[in-house]
Design a protein around this ligand. Structure first.
Ligand code: C2E
Ligand code: MG
Ligand code: MG
Length: 473
């Protein structure tokens, strides 16, 4: 039963606004955002007069969309009610939990010496509670900010808590993340990068570079991977490692995907016209691209506009989507395969993928991440890992492509292990189209040179000549 301050506010608001329904969330029975905003303003005024600290926790329910996809309204309601039930018991007099938006709850607590322990209990309660009538559990990310240390107004306090929760969700933190000033700076930096990226897309400043993929047994060109480059007038070259995550968090990633796919297919038409045959044309897709409802249609549209002839499109995806939403992943990848597109699992081994999940996935190729390839010839551990991945790919009837081959020793070792394909600076750094065409012209001769230690020399006499010249060198 609410008492004191809580009760007086309750009564005041109910009588003032005359409509209980306007201030409570019908699904969970918790106060809604209108009630909470008014309540927290008053609560902070009171805290200021009493020299109290108030901690505002923002809790995001991460799997709401998935539960909705599986169980519709009923599934989504079950999930939010489970979270609400888990949060409710942790507030006492002059504290409040509310359902702030569809997937977000706010909790205002008085700061005391038990705060750390309470935060832990709240997180445990919210994420470990089983849902009635379902096998699922809530997945939550939480962040918090403190009054008056971080913010002195209600709106600012809510904003900062939301920022901390966003960081928590991005870093997949299991504990509530405390707001810090660097988060604000990082956000401002990201905003400015996002603005420039939007402008760059409009001004057509993004360009493509191409890196060949080589058949490690014959030295033939297996295909090409396209990578996006951004040269900003004042920032200079911005690495995809910086701008792709920013694009993923805004809606720009879809534009980047369509742009790179279009460039690749247009350049492929030029390669074909020049008499080059590349069996496979690879483009990177972010999890956010694959999640897009029209992802497969976008690919289909671009393919229809720029038919690749006898070259096959290969879409590189990463494991993270598999971890987030396996069902959607399988559905989208199967749809891609149905329209004749190959699928590669990029950066394999850098994140945790249950081997069981790989079974039956609609994939064609597994790309071994460069962290395993680096120094593979000098480390028995790296060698065992590469061999295991190549063998596993073979058992799953997938081909394997090693990324980041920089040295002849690595090439030889991967060849011995039985890895089918490879790419890396040893063969060719990613380069703009003109240089890539030059590479294709020169490759049939170049591949037989001593640069590759005779790896692609097919007759004994030529191999001897390579070995002699290596000895002389
Ligand atoms: P990725 O798809 O795994 O691409 C391979 C990265 O390794 C590229 O970095 C490439 O330049 C680099 N690389 C190639 N050979 C070597 C080598 O021998 N040694 C070393 N140390 N590195 C090598 P880049 O171009 O900086 O791209 C980084 C990541 O950014 C890519 O990793 C990909 O995940 C992402 N990316 C790039 N372009 C796009 C794009 O258009 N869309 C999306 N969604 N992601 C992209
Ligand atoms: Mg890739
Ligand atoms: Mg990769």
């Amino acid at each position: 039963m609410p008492t004191g301050f809580q009760q007086s506010l309750d009564l005041e608001f109910r009588t003032q606004l005359q409509d209980y329904g306007l201030h409570y969330d019908p699904t969970t029975g918790l106060p809604n955002s209108t009630f909470f905003r008014a309540w927290i303003r008053r609560r902070l005024e009171l805290a200021a007069t009493r020299n109290e600290e108030i901690v505002l926790i923002w809790v995001d329910v991460l799997n709401l969309r998935r539960e909705y996809s599986i169980g519709g309204d009923e599934g989504a309601s079950r999930l939010v009610c489970t979270v609400a039930d888990a949060l409710r018991p942790w507030t006492s007099d002059e504290e409040l939990a509310c359902r702030f938006s569809d997937r977000c709850f706010l909790i205002a607590l008085k700061r005391d010496e038990c705060l750390e322990a309470r935060l832990k209990l709240i997180m445990d309660a919210a994420s470990h509670r089983s849902m009635r009538g379902s096998e699922g559990k809530p997945e939550v990310a939480a962040g918090f900010a403190t009054f008056p240390e971080d913010a002195t107004t209600a709106e600012e306090l809510i904003r900062l808590a939301s920022l901390a929760a966003a960081v928590s969700s991005r870093t997949r933190s299991r504990t509530a993340v405390r707001f810090c000033a660097e988060m604000n700076t990082a956000l401002l930096h990201e905003r400015s990068l996002e603005k420039d990226l939007r402008e760059a897309l409009r001004a057509n400043q993004l360009t493509m570079v191409y890196q060949p993929q080589i058949d490690l047994s014959t030295g033939e060109i297996l295909g090409v991977e396209s990578l996006t480059r951004w040269h900003h007038p004042t920032r200079g070259w911005v690495s995809p490692a910086h701008f792709i995550p920013v694009a993923e968090r805004s809606n720009l990633i879809d534009e980047i995907f369509s742009h790179s796919l279009r460039c690749l297919l247009t350049d492929a038409a030029q390669w074909r016209a020049a008499g080059f045959h590349l069996p496979s044309l690879a483009v990177n897709a972010s999890p956010a691209n694959v999640r897009h409802e029209e992802f497969v249609q976008i690919v289909e549209r671009e393919l229809a506009a720029h038919p690749p002839g006898d070259m096959q499109l290969d879409i590189e995806v990463t494991e993270s989507l598999l971890m987030d939403d396996e069902e959607l992943f399988v559905e989208r990848l199967s749809a891609l395969r149905a329209i004749g597109v190959k699928v590669s699992l990029d950066d394999f081994g850098t994140r945790y993928t249950g081997f069981n999940a790989l079974k039956g996935l609609p994939l064609n190729t597994m790309k071994i991440d460069k962290c395993f390839v680096h120094g593979v010839d000098r480390s028995s551990q790296a060698q065992s890992l590469c061999r295991t991945i190549v063998m596993m790919a073979g058992h799953l009837r997938l081909s394997s492509v090693a990324e980041g081959i920089e040295e002849v020793g690595e090439l030889r070792c991967l060849k011995r292990i039985g890895c089918q394909g490879g790419q890396g600076y040893l063969f060719q750094r990613p380069v703009p189209n003109r240089e890539f065409m030059q590479f294709m012209r020169e490759w049939p001769t170049r591949k037989k040179s001593t640069e590759f230690g005779g790896a692609f020399v097919d007759d004994d006499a030529s191999l001897e000549a390579v070995e002699d010249s290596l000895l002389e060198a």
